[in-house]
Write a protein that binds this ligand. Structure first.
Ligand SMILES: [Zn+2]
Length: 370
């Protein structure tokens, strides 16, 4: 119910009962303790009826519930404090000297100290690359930090006293996009991220898809072409081989003898008409288009949101991407809207805070799902 109010509120009791498929009597059973705890309130400003009358819509008191979200990259840590609606109140940032778990934990604790309000933070959400289950406590299979089975949640919980949940970063970003970002109000969409890796989050029927293992959405090594460059795992023509920032900058930099080229410099080369740069960006656009079209073919999604710090590639990759979507879309599929969502790592951290909020308010640890 909290989730329904967050995503669609304020709602009248009648509308809430209809959406939750509950009788008015059973709805009252659920709302009374939430009203008593102050988690929700009657929005008397929206009705002429007296306070407490059934006509008053119910609204979540988002401002009373604070969460911290943290995004860990291979060299930086970003943190935000949000309310339950995912509104950012404060941000913080640290640079990592190394990727030892102890170093990363120290920096996160420093940010918790900086942004946390003692006793008021309900949960801490960590968004990090890896193969985590839906509400996990352990970092698994993070190739960028070389971490596997690092119990980051328990370590942070012990040090802070704040309940902590660990989530795959693409899924966390997607949760934030759905909760209070550009996906709000859209029931079905995918978020495809490009940057140091290729990530995917899927929302179907207003729910972020986790799959039976909790790890749905492994798109990074999906093969998009029978030819093309090799990814670090040795796949020819997989998404990673075309789309990561490293793949693009190496693809352009190496033929120019500039192995240390960054994405902005690669874009500048393409701006100047460099043939190698234009071809690499076109190949990336083609690969991205294949992914978008196949997601739409498989799931019938009306919208795909592109995000990530590698999104600058679209300056030169977009025409090839659009042609590739058209080429690979099933003739019976409805063309999706493809939207670029430019955002910094704070947005990834915000998604992790949303995951923490969902974990605490929607699926509290140890409780039956509401
Ligand atoms: Zn691969």
């Amino acid at each position: 119910m909290v989730r329904t109010l967050l995503l669609a509120g304020p709602l009248s009791r009648a509308e809430l009962a209809r959406r939750l498929e509950r009788s008015p009597a059973s709805l009252t059973k659920v709302t009374q303790p939430l009203l008593a705890s102050g988690l929700i309130r009657e929005d008397t400003a929206q009705t002429s009826e007296a306070r407490g009358r059934p006509g008053a819509p119910l609204v979540l008191r988002a401002e009373l519930h604070l969460f911290l979200g943290v995004k860990v990259t291979a060299d930086e840590v970003y943190a935000v404090r949000t309310d339950a609606a995912g509104r950012v109140e404060a941000t913080g940032h640290r640079t990592l000297d190394d990727v030892e778990p102890a170093t990363v934990v120290d920096q996160i604790l420093d940010l918790v100290k900086e942004l946390g309000r003692p006793g008021e933070i309900q949960a801490l959400g960590i968004g990090i690359a890896g193969q985590m289950a839906r509400f996990d406590d352990t970092v698994r299979g993070n190739i960028y930090l070389g971490w596997d089975d690092v119990p980051l949640g328990p370590i942070l919980e012990e040090a802070t006293g704040i309940p902590t949940v660990v989530s795959g970063d693409a899924r966390a970003l997607t949760a934030g996009v759905q909760w209070s970002g550009p996906g709000r109000g859209t029931s079905d969409f995918a978020v495809v991220t490009v940057g140091v890796g290729v990530g995917l989050g899927i929302v179907l029927g207003d729910t972020v898809l986790a799959g039976p293992t909790g790890r749905a959405g492994m798109l990074g090594h999906h093969r998009v072409s029978a030819s093309g460059p090799l990814c670090p795992l040795g796949h020819r023509g997989c998404a990673t081989a075309f789309l990561t920032t490293d793949a693009i900058t190496r693809g352009i930099g190496v033929p120019h003898g500039r192995a240390d080229l960054d994405l902005d410099q690669a874009i500048e080369l393409a701006d100047a008409g460099d043939a190698v740069a234009l071809r690499v960006f076109a190949d990336a656009g083609h690969a991205l288009g294949v992914l978008v079209a196949q997601l739409v073919n498989l799931l019938g999604l009306p919208a795909v949101i592109l995000a990530g710090d590698g999104l600058g590639m679209l300056a030169h990759a977009r025409p090839a991407m659009e042609a590739s979507v058209a080429e690979h879309l099933d003739p019976h599929a409805t063309p999706p809207s493809v939207v670029a969502f430019s955002s910094g790592f704070d947005e990834w951290a915000r998604g992790a805070a949303v995951v923490a909020c969902q974990w605490m308010l929607v699926d509290p640890p140890g409780a039956e799902p509401a």
